[in-house]
Design a protein around this ligand. Structure first.
Ligand code: PLP
Length: 426
């Protein structure tokens, strides 16, 4: 037993957790406290100097958040992780550790809409410059790289579902140019895809979605793959240069293969502040215990629903890589043989009006702007998230007037199919 390497299901329940040393509590306690008493003045000094690990203040260290960090690092196969307030905060802290004003990064053009906004608009204030590449064409990433490119950013399964990105092909380009590859693994979760196995260097999550899985808490995670060598690399001064914040310490040298996670914690989270609440960390941890069961069941149900919709004469097309006829089916079999996730889009005949009507007719599906819940969710992007765009822009973004997005939950698939049938007929 001692040599047995724990499997994914076991890690989802046990990684990072032990009975509480003080009380014996078996579920991870919620340490709902802002700060922690030092043993003595020397202990305090060593914590502040990064000579010892420990809790100072919940913004940069909390025992409940630490269990979540260790668990996600184990599930992804990374060296360390950092829990933060949201998925967007995770992306922000990653870029803050990598980019200086005037630097560029290359991002796939198929991303969560909020990420497209963050990259196009918010990052302008820091003069971090995004160059867009075609998510389906690895060569376009190479073409977009310049001497100022400091990172490449993609999603594994890209929003709004239905797109599988060739991580290994893009990683090959990143490695040839010695640029870290960041993968947003929110839609797949480590149960379906583990990006480090395909050459990613950093993984980020909106834990708000499938990791938490119950639509009740916002959280984000950064996972360090430990694969990128920052030492002596002048392009990344946060990791390779003496830091005035820590008496001239060079984080990349002091912390080796988990220096990136440390940089995000002690330079990003400490100074910019988007802390994860211990209560939310507890909720996400509880969700992760059933992640393998939920992802498998939700992927299986999604395939059943997608197959059914593809055969309905009110539906003009279905985009789900689990379908044999889908353009991304071969990539799905290679990257996520267990299932292609729980989010996909389809087109209703009759365009905008038919889309709006379908959403109002549905009874079991909830009409809202989230994914990855136990409850099945629906949104009509053209009348909601993408309504400010012209029709042409909507179509380019995969949010044309006829597009409906579903996130399939844990209800009986027969009930979901019956609800869709009655809504399409109505
Ligand atoms: C929701 C989402 C985000 C943003 O996460 P928040 O937790 O809402 O900040 C980033 N990427 C993807 C793929 C998402 O679905």
């Amino acid at each position: 037993m001692a040599d047995q390497i724990p499997g994914f299901n076991t890690l989802a329940i046990h990684a990072g957790a032990a009975p509480d040393a003080a009380t014996g509590a078996r579920a991870t306690p919620i340490y709902q406290t802002t700060s922690f008493v030092f043993d003595d003045v020397d202990h305090a000094a060593s914590l502040f100097g990064l000579q010892a690990f420990g809790n100072i203040y919940t913004r940069i260290g909390n025992p409940t958040c630490a269990v979540l960090e260790e668990r996600v690092a184990a599930l992804e196969g990374g060296t360390a992780a950092l829990g933060v307030a949201s998925g967007h905060a995770a992306q922000f802290l990653v870029m803050h550790a990598l980019l200086q004003p005037g630097d560029e990064f290359v991002a796939a053009n198929k991303l969560y809409g909020g990420s497209i906004n963050q990259f196009n608009h918010s990052y302008k204030n820091f003069d971090w410059r995004v160059k867009w590449a075609d998510a389906d064409d690895p060569a376009s990433f190479e073409a977009a790289i310049t001497s100022r490119t400091k990172a490449i950013f993609i999603e594994s399964i890209a929003n709004p579902g239905g797109v599988i990105v060739d991580i290994a092909a893009i990683s090959k380009i990143a490695k040839a140019k010695n640029i870290p590859l960041i993968v947003d693994n929110t839609m797949a979760s480590p149960y379906l895809i583990r990006p480090f196995e395909h050459g990613a260097d950093i993984v980020v999550h909106s834990a708000t979605k499938f990791l938490g899985g119950h639509g009740n808490s916002i959280a984000g995670i950064i996972v360090d793959g430990g694969t990128f060598n920052w030492t002596g690399d002048e392009r990344y001064p946060m990791l390779s240069k003496p830091r005035p914040e820590y008496g001239g310490m060079v984080l990349g040298e002091t912390f080796g293969n988990f220096a990136f996670a440390i940089a995000c914690r002690v330079l990003g989270l400490r100074d910019l502040g988007p802390a994860l609440s211990p209560f939310n960390a507890f909720m996400i941890l509880t969700g992760i215990e059933t992640l393998p069961l939920r992802m498998q069941r939700q992927s299986d149900s999604t395939l059943a629903v997608a197959r059914h919709l593809a055969a309905n004469d009110k539906v003009s097309w279905v985009s789900y890589p689990g379908l044999e006829s889908d353009k991304y089916h071969a990539l799905a079999q290679r990257y996520c043989p267990l299932g292609a996730g729980a989010v996909f889009t389809f087109g209703v005949k009759g365009g905008y009006e038919a889309g709006v009507k379908l959403v109002s007719n549905l009874k079991l599906f909830s009409h809202l702007a989230n994914i990855g819940d136990t409850r099945s969710l629906v949104i009509h992007p053209a009348s909601t998230t993408h309504r400010q765009l012209t029709e042409e822009q909507q179509v380019t973004a995969g949010a044309g007037p006829d597009v409906v997005r579903l996130s399939i939950g844990l209800e009986d698939p027969e009930d979901l199919i019956a609800d869709l049938d009655q809504a399409l007929a109505g």
